[in-house]
Design a protein around this ligand. Structure first.
Ligand SMILES: NC(=O)c1ccc[n+]([C@@H]2O[C@H](COP(=O)([O-])OP(=O)(O)OC[C@H]3O[C@@H](n4cnc5c(N)ncnc54)[C@H](O)[C@@H]3O)[C@@H](O)[C@H]2O)c1
Length: 250
């Protein structure tokens, strides 16, 4: 039995990086995947790859910062594959600036995607999950939502917000059999970090206290997301799972 057989999953920011890895692994495990992203061409390419490999996927346009866009994306996904059982709030952007260099517009923009996007997604999927008899929401926070780091003030604030929004939603929706957990990836090799990890000195600084002394691959996070999405994690809600090569262990 595949681990997500019969389940429908919507993954935001699934056109590349960790979201795309989650989409592929979820499909291999039997899920019908709604590949949602602001990048329509990228989302369509991921959905096509999945279908070509024998899986089931559809691409939908989604701007996570826009409530109306969530309504449309969920309606389209529902039309294709029925009630949504799993939501991965994965879409996010990075901003490496300390407080004094962060403008108000930087702050508002990153909050609208990384924090408000998770709030809007959770709100938009609730009726669907209730109708399905329950579900699993996985919010992608970061090690930067747990501990401080240089020059990432606004980003860290958004990821800290996601950590506690996760616990709040876990408390409120347990009665509907909806589990809500956060994942805290360490430094992962994706488009988001390719510039930083391209320079060996910067990479060493960025890896910081990572015990394993390497960046992670998107699939190494996607496997943890798969676990939380599946019924294997049936007694887990409100938890924070680090997938960080030991960054936060010391
Ligand atoms: N890469 C890392 O080292 C790392 C570490 C910890 C946490 N994270 C978090 O993991 C998540 C995925 O990161 P990634 O490294 O795969 O990034 P990525 O840049 O490779 O991919 C992010 C995806 O999100 C999409 N996106 C951006 N804004 C959007 C919006 N408004 N609406 C819908 N989609 C939007 C992009 O088009 C892209 O496809 C993010 O939330 C990120 O903050 C990343």
């Amino acid at each position: 039995m595949k681990r997500l057989q019969g389940k429908t999953a919507l993954i935001s920011g699934a056109a590349k990086g960790m979201g795309a890895a989650e989409a592929r692994i979820f499909a291999e495990e039997g899920a019908q995947v709604i590949v949602a992203d602001i990048d329509d061409a990228g989302a369509s390419a991921v959905a096509k790859d999945i279908e070509d490999a024998g899986g089931r996927a559809t691409a939908v346009h989604l701007d996570v910062s826009d409530a109306a866009s969530w309504q449309t994306a969920i309606a389209e996904g529902h039309k294709a594959f029925g009630n949504i059982n799993v939501l991965v709030n994965n879409a996010g952007i990075l901003l490496m600036k300390p407080v004094q260099d962060t403008t108000e517009s930087d702050w508002d923009k990153i909050f609208s995607i990384n924090a408000k996007g998770v709030f809007l997604g959770t709100k938009a999927v609730l009726e669907n999950m209730k109708a399905a008899g329950g579900g699993s929401i996985i919010n992608i926070s970061s090690i930067y939502g747990l501990v401080g780091a240089p020059s990432a003030a606004a980003y860290q604030a958004t990821k800290g917000a996601v950590r506690l929004l996760t616990k709040s939603a876990a408390v409120d929706y347990a009665e509907f059999n909806i589990r809500v957990n956060s994942i805290h990836p360490g430094v992962i090799r994706t488009a988001m970090t390719e510039d930083i990890l391209g320079d060996p000195d910067v990479e060493k600084a960025m890896l910081g206290t990572t015990i394993m002394q390497r960046a992670g691959q998107p699939e190494e996070v996607a496997r943890a997301v798969l676990f939380l999405a599946s019924d294997d994690a049936s007694f887990m809600t409100g938890s924070e799972m680090v997938v960080d090569g030991g960054y936060t262990a010391q």
